[in-house]
Design a protein around this ligand. Structure first.
Ligand SMILES: [Zn+2]
Length: 219
């Protein structure tokens, strides 16, 4: 089964990396990773966290761990900032892949990014390329997601909320599951078995009349 690396950018103590009113970026990143981890592990996916609560793990240590563990995907989670530390209007979600722009990372970015835009209804700032260490030094498909701006009052409120953190984590996990091809379990409800097609049709019609979907299958 695949191993997925979840990387919460920075740590509690990283200088800067906080909203104008003091929310630490790491608190957001870490909570999103936790939510994503729970959902992935509930589907039998192994996850590895590269961050630590007690120190800012150097970037090389993070990518070395991912490479050593032969992870299938590397997912780095962040919150964005703009300007020199004051509130401003810049807002939205953007996702980064390395400028070498390999097709696997691009598809992964598309899966995660557009799911997030759809579920959060934040502004789509697009999929961008950058020469970030965690994207460059990882040998597996890698994306870095900026889930909103800490320097925007409205988005900072979201970034500080449990609901938005859980939504981002679950959406990212669901996109990963789709990307690696883990199928959702579907539960079928059967309401009858008939040897005559006419009786089967009657039952299907009765269900439709009652407002349910119905489908006839041969067995
Ligand atoms: Zn960051």
């Amino acid at each position: 089964m695949a191993t997925i690396v979840l990387d919460a950018g920075h740590s509690y103590n990283t200088p800067g990396k906080r909203s104008p009113d003091g929310m630490r970026e790491f608190a957001f990143n870490r909570a999103v990773c936790q939510a994503a981890r729970k959902k992935l592990e509930s589907q039998g996916i192994r996850t590895i966290l590269t961050h630590r609560d007690d120190r800012d793990v150097p970037l090389k240590e993070r990518t070395d761990l991912a490479n050593r563990e032969k992870a299938a995907l590397f997912i780095s989670i962040h919150a964005n900032a703009y300007g020199s530390g004051n509130w401003n209007d810049v807002h939205g979600i953007e996702t980064y892949i390395h400028s070498k722009n390999d097709s696997q990372s691009r598809s992964l970015a598309e899966a995660v990014h557009y799911s997030l835009i759809k579920e959060t209804r934040r502004k789509d700032r697009g999929i961008k390329t950058a020469n970030f260490h965690v994207l460059r030094e990882t040998v597996m498909p890698a994306v870095l997601i900026e889930c909103g701006f800490m320097t925007n009052r409205e988005e900072k409120k979201l970034l500080a909320s449990e609901d938005y953190r859980t939504l981002c984590g679950h959406t990212i996990a669901a996109a990963i599951l789709t990307f690696i091809g883990v199928k959702k379990t579907l539960y079928l409800v059967q309401t009858g078995a008939f040897s005559s097609i006419e009786n089967a049709k009657k039952q299907a019609q009765a269900l439709k009349n009652a407002g349910f979907d119905a489908m006839i299958m041969e067995k």
